[in-house]
Design a protein around this ligand. Structure first.
Ligand code: M6R
Length: 366
């Protein structure tokens, strides 16, 4: 049932090209310029009239929410707040009928996310769910929603759920941007066509697997890792660090690259590998200077770069290449090498990759 793979996690990493396609199939018609999400069609005005969107989730799903914050604000110009469900529910939050709440959950059973939904409903908000498990409690408790079509995710470490959640969130953002007129027609068409090419690009990113294994071998005994990214790739840094922590039990922290100067830079020495997401984007030059700062403190750099990059390649100790894609879609490809890096390190350390200690696949108690 692992389809020839050693672990479910690896199988699920490799399924991403096909499940991302499953997630947009019949919903994204790039040639016709159409995005059609069944659960959204009747509620578009709820979103376009909303004062703000509040996203509630936990763990990896919360990271997908953070990516969505960038996409929604950037493309659809709707203010977004992303909340840990556990904090939101106990904060006596200010919610009104003018708010739209999006709950993201792979399992659809996470206790804190469910409680946050109930609270938001009591206060009159419209609640939209993005779940993977069909018929799950959260999918039933929300007013409407969209399923990711990732198929069963068995590995405790979430992989394909994350990229399919981002796929759904991107489609919603593009649809709203088009309806609101906050995106030009050509930019909209470009995004649709580019989204359609993501499965092939993920496939290409997976081809670095053997090279990533070499990097894993080199760094598997490190005690700490730092992950840095900016903009759309800041949440990817958080997700990369979480993946490493949960399956390899190595301490890792994700940070927005610019925050490094405000504290974490003190940690950097030759013992501290720093994974930097340095793909071509608006932030490229800034990330390059962050890399220089790390190098001058003898930090070792593993950089995720756009194919063909030469500048970062010269500075970094190792690079992991991903195909070029518009910045708003980069998380869908930059995530892949980070999943593989964690996976290989965990295997080399003989960890229980699919069922890490102390963790449950769905956290149904708070
Ligand atoms: O089923 P959910 O998406 O609601 O689960 C949320 C988190 O418990 C989950 O993402 C967790 O952080 C994963 N183990 C991360 O890999």
């Amino acid at each position: 049932e692992k389809g020839g793979f050693d672990h479910f996690m690896l199988k699920e990493i490799y399924e991403q090209p096909s499940v991302i396609k499953d997630t947009y199939r019949g919903r994204l018609l790039a040639n016709k310029g159409i995005i059609k999400l069944g659960g959204l069609e009747d509620y578009i005005e709820k979103f376009t009239n909303a004062d703000r969107i509040i996203i509630v989730a936990c763990g990896t799903s919360w990271h997908a929410g953070l990516v969505a914050e960038y996409i929604f604000e950037d493309l659809a110009r709707i203010p977004v707040e992303v909340e840990y469900a556990s904090e939101f529910r106990y904060r006596n939050p200010i919610i009104t009928e003018k708010d739209v709440v999006i709950a993201i959950s792979q399992s659809g059973e996470t206790a804190d996310t469910l409680a946050a939904i109930k609270l938001a409903k009591e206060k009159g908000a419209f609640v939209y769910g993005i779940c993977n498990v069909v018929g799950s409690t959260i999918s039933r408790e929300t007013h409407s929603g969209t399923y990711t079509h990732a198929g069963p995710e068995i590995g405790v470490a979430s992989t394909k759920a994350f990229t399919t959640q981002i796929t759904v969130l991107t489609m919603i953002a593009l649809k709203l941007a088009k309806v609101k007129g906050t995106i030009s027609h050509s930019d909209y068409m470009l995004h649709l066509r580019e989204l359609e090419t993501i499965p092939a690009k993920v496939e290409e990113a997976l081809q670095s697997d053997a090279h990533i294994k070499v990097i894993a071998e080199e760094f598997k005994n490190a005690r700490n890792f730092l992950y840095l990214g900016r903009g759309y790739n800041f949440p990817v840094a958080l997700e990369g660090a979480l993946k490493l922590k949960e399956i390899s039990y190595i301490h890792a922290e994700g940070y927005p690259a610019a925050e490094m100067k405000h504290g974490p830079i003190a940690l950097i020495d030759e013992e501290m590998p720093v994974v930097v997401i340095a793909v071509n984007s608006n932030h490229y030059e800034k990330v390059v200077s962050n890399i220089q700062e790390i190098k001058s403190r003898a930090g070792r750099i593993i950089a995720v770069v756009t194919e063909g990059d030469t500048l970062v390649k010269e500075m970094a100790d190792y690079i992991m290449e991903v195909p070029h894609t518009p910045e708003s879609l980069t998380p869908l490809v930059t995530t892949i090498p980070l999943q593989l890096l964690s996976y290989h390190i965990a295997v080399m350390l003989n960890r229980n990759v699919d069922q890490p200690r102390n963790l449950a696949k769905s956290v149904t108690v708070e």
